[in-house]
Design a protein around this ligand. Structure first.
Ligand code: URA
Length: 217
């Protein structure tokens, strides 16, 4: 286990929890920095916390998180080996999409440091908001999902957001297909060197089930 990397990630998380760089801090309960091994070989990047995540301070603990866990299990992957975060760390009011100035403040302040520190081999972008914020592309997910792009020395797998895959058959099948592809990539499967270790917050590990309406996006 790389203690210095864990400490640095914990410091980034601490900074995110008190961040006031955009208006979303005014309405959040908890910022949601992300969680998973500081040396994860695979990172997931979603959109923004929903109601349950805001309540718990943890990513993907609402209904779409349950769907994500089930999909991972279906292809034999373990959430514990993956670092999970989002392009915006605070919940937008009424689950609206995060705005460009909000992700524009958040990504360079925090996500870039998270990626540089964790240094994953594979990054999976979940949904159109993450794709737009990271690649500046307004495209139909059905046209780009499953693409694996090489950028900055990593592979980026483009897929749907679990909240839409949970609700609609076409994204569901598409996301399944993409996760089968992900499971074929060794970096998604292997535990990080040194065994599993996790950097999380001092928040409840168990959150009560969320209603569909409470879930982002
Ligand atoms: N949706 C996201 O994109 N991120 C979360 O953390 C939760 C729901």
């Amino acid at each position: 286990m790389d203690t210095s990397r864990e400490e640095k990630l914990a410091a980034i998380h601490a900074g995110i929890r008190v961040c006031t760089r955009c208006r979303l801090h005014e309405t959040r309960t908890h910022a949601v920095p992300g969680e998973g091994p500081a040396d994860a070989r695979c990172m997931f990047i979603g959109e923004a916390p929903g109601a349950r995540e805001d309540e718990c301070g943890r990513p993907f603990v609402g209904m779409s998180g349950g769907f994500l866990d089930a999909l991972l299990a279906e292809v034999g992957l373990s959430r514990e080996a993956i670092y999970i975060t989002s392009v915006a760390k605070c919940r937008p009011p009424s689950n609206r999409n995060p705005r460009a100035d909000e992700t524009g403040a958040c990504i360079p302040a925090w996500l870039h440091d998270q990626i540089a520190l964790i240094d994953p081999e594979i990054v999976v972008t979940l949904g159109g908001v993450a794709l737009k914020a990271l690649f500046d592309e307004d495209v139909r997910m059905r046209e780009v999902h499953g693409q694996v792009r090489e950028q900055d020395g990593r592979r980026w797998l483009i897929t749907y957001h679990p909240a839409s895959a949970m609700r609609f058959p076409e994204p569901r099948e598409g996301m399944r297909e993409d996760f089968r592809k992900l499971a074929e990539m060794p970096a998604s499967r292997d535990a990080p060197p040194g065994g599993p270790s996790s950097v999380a917050g001092n928040y409840p590990r168990v959150c009560s089930p969320a209603s569909e309406e409470e879930d982002a996006p």
